[in-house]
Design a protein around this ligand. Structure first.
Ligand code: AMP
Length: 639
């Protein structure tokens, strides 16, 4: 029987009874069994803070108290019940932590509450832009930050900013600066006759056979004067015949043929063109930009010892990727070039020491790089070869302002390369701002064969978030303790929503997406790897590179926007000789993917639901009708 109590300090009711929640759900984390449970009532308006973004707060509370915390979804007169399960000390600890949050929320007057949540344009409150960076202001025009400044009731309208004037001023400054600098050399390629003389058909066939390389100018060139795209190379010799030392390094590595991205990227990069590589980790993309970079450093007019800073700058989203690139750089010893890897969390003093000794290549995460540039420790003004590696991931992690800031300081006539696994609007915007008539190289997935060890199930469901969540909950409840699942969501927001719902249902999980701190992401990977939790909620970008062998299930909560991503996700299970299961929710909104999905399923000998085939046929008819009317805008975002 439940007994009701009143807590004077906070006026929240509490009741105590036997634990009847503990066995309802599967969860990786073990809580003490056969404990009492206590139910307390909290104001409904506080539950958001108790759950936290993506369930982060409730997870923290559970960790810190060692009690299981279940928040009811039902609102009773402005209150919700919170069940606490665990031993006495765990329950007491959980209660005191919850009260602390509730009291701090509750004591804030309502008016202030609203005011602190107001959004204010950056330019009203931000400090003045750094000197010599006038176009930082226009860049920030459309971004909004959460401001804790209470807007006074009577505000004086800020002086209108003349963006055009600022932009012109920035351009003028850039031009003046460039005029004083030694020009840079970009072209280091001599096309061999055997490459130049390949017929159109031969080139086409080669590209198709090499993982379906697609290559095109990214943006239309109104002048129509763009140079033709160079033919791909078939051998290392065709790319680097003038650079025997580079060939020697490749030979030492034991590689036999250029990877698909390399065979097309090297002629482009060595010709001095800007390039966007749409390719994932594991395709050989690092060497695709690195080797031309080494040749570029050596080929500049200003002697190395007279340069005031690095020549090559490689920006990467995470410490892990930056270190991985550095390892590749160190493997390819060329002319004794020096490199440094700078990233947040690394030994700043040691990084500064290496920079001061002189470096040719800087590999950096955007935050730490800006920190060192602003402190005038690192001068990036002479960088003439810049790489934005995994640009989509950098944007997803909120690095756009830092990227813009640093790219403004790098000389404008530089050569720029960008890699990205996807091609969203943000990446297109970056390309438009920082690249000159780039050539895009897209390499199809290398993993199409990996899915044969996976049973792929397509679940046709209506476009209804509640239905989706119910199906998802069933999936989580049926997951056995010895099984592990990655749940893929299309957006950070969905990952957060799904996580919050799981937290409220008392199911343990971890979550990983671009908005989550690096250390928390590392913890999430550790927790799913060692079995502390058996559910990992993830977005595509954040999950890239996760390598966990014993994932038994992949659930596509949101179907991915392209089929390569589907293949990539499915390949997270069925690894290392094991079998795996993938379950994908498929709604009417995903119908443009039906045709390619059916191809993948058929190729792998999987069941194709009739409803999926019907949807595919309807989409084909719809598309044909739209094309006839001239109103078809395409459904795929990639090209
Ligand atoms: P990346 O996509 O740059 O992360 O490269 C993945 C791995 O492929 C790295 O360990 C590279 O050393 C390796 N690699 C790069 N190019 C080649 C190649 N042409 N043949 C075989 N392995 C390569």
């Amino acid at each position: 029987m439940e007994e009701s109590r009143t807590y004077n300090r906070t006026n929240f009711r509490s009741s105590r009874g036997r634990n009847n929640f503990g066995n309802n759900y599967n969860s990786g984390r073990e809580y003490p069994k056969n404990n009492d449970n206590v139910t307390i009532m909290v104001p409904s308006r506080c539950t958001g803070r108790l759950i936290g973004r993506g369930g982060s707060k409730i997870s923290e509370l559970q960790r810190n108290s060692n009690a299981k915390i279940i928040i009811s979804r039902d609102d009773i007169d402005g209150e919700r019940s919170v069940s606490l399960i665990g031993d006495d000390s765990a329950i007491e600890k959980a209660k005191s932590l919850i009260y602390e949050i509730v009291n701090s929320t509750d004591q804030r007057p309502q008016r202030n509450f609203r005011e602190t949540r107001e959004y204010s344009p950056v330019r009203k409150f931000s400090p003045p832009p750094p000197q010599n960076v006038p176009n930082e202001v226009p860049m920030m025009r459309t971004s909004y930050v959460r401001s804790t400044v209470v807007t006074p009731s009577v505000t004086t309208a800020p002086e209108p900013v003349n963006w055009d004037e600022l932009r012109e001023e920035a351009d003028r400054y850039q031009k003046e600066k460039l005029a004083q600098m030694t020009p840079i050399k970009k072209c280091f390629y001599e096309e061999l006759p055997e490459v130049r003389d390949m017929s159109e058909n031969e080139v086409k066939e080669f590209r198709i056979n090499r993982n379906n390389i697609c290559v095109a100018r990214t943006f239309e060139d109104p002048s129509g004067k763009s140079k033709p795209i160079p033919n791909p190379v078939k051998t290392f010799h065709q790319a680097f015949h003038n650079y025997p030392e580079i060939l020697h390094e490749i030979e030492k590595a034991g590689f036999t043929t250029p990877s698909p991205i390399q065979s097309q990227a090297w002629p482009i990069m060595l010709s001095g063109e800007d390039m966007i590589g749409i390719a994932q980790t594991g395709t050989g993309k690092t060497l695709a930009f690195l080797l031309p970079g080494l040749i570029h450093i050596n080929g500049q007019i200003t002697p190395i010892e007279e340069r005031n800073g690095p020549t090559v700058l490689i920006l990467a989203p995470t410490r892990e990727l930056a270190l991985q690139i550095e390892r590749e750089v160190k493997k390819y010893y060329y002319k004794g070039f020096k490199s440094v890897c700078v990233y947040g969390g690394g030994d700043r003093r040691e990084q500064i020491k290496i920079i001061k000794e002189g470096v040719d290549i800087v590999i950096a995460t955007p935050g730490r790089l800006n920190d060192l540039v602003e402190a005038k420790i690192l001068n990036v003004e002479e960088v003439s070869y810049a790489v934005l590696d995994e640009a989509d991931r950098m944007l997803d992690m909120g690095f756009e302002p830092q990227i813009r800031k640093v790219m403004y300081q790098v000389r404008k006539d530089r050569q720029t390369c960008m890699t990205s696994a996807t091609w969203p609007a943000g990446v297109r915007r970056l390309a438009q701002s920082y690249m000159v008539n780039p050539i895009q190289v897209y390499v199809g997935s290398l993993e199409l064969a990996a899915v044969h060890s996976v049973t792929q199930t397509i679940v046709m469901i209506p476009d209804d978030p509640n239905e989706k969540f119910q199906r998802f909950l069933e999936f989580c409840q049926n997951l056995q303790p010895n099984q592990k699942a990655i749940v893929f969501c299309g957006k950070k927001l969905t990952a957060d929503q799904v996580s919050s719902e799981l937290a409220m249902a008392g199911i343990d999980y971890q979550v990983i997406h671009g908005g989550i701190e690096q250390s928390d992401r590392e913890q999430a990977i550790l927790d799913i790897s060692d079995g502390t939790v058996n559910i990992l909620i993830a977005t595509d970008v954040a999950s890239r590179g996760i390598d966990i062998d014993d994932i038994t299930h992949v659930l596509n909560y949101d179907f991915p926007h392209n089929i390569e991503e589907y293949v990539h996700r499915v390949g997270r299970t069925g690894r290392a000789g094991r079998t795996g299961d993938s379950i994908s929710f498929f709604t009417r909104g995903d119908w443009a993917q039906a045709e390619e999905l059916i191809k993948i399923l058929e190729e792998a000998g999987q069941y194709v639901p009739e409803e999926l085939s019907d949807m595919c046929a309807r989409f084909t008819q719809w598309k044909k009708r739209k094309e006839e009317q001239g109103t078809y805008r395409g459904q795929r975002s990639r090209w």
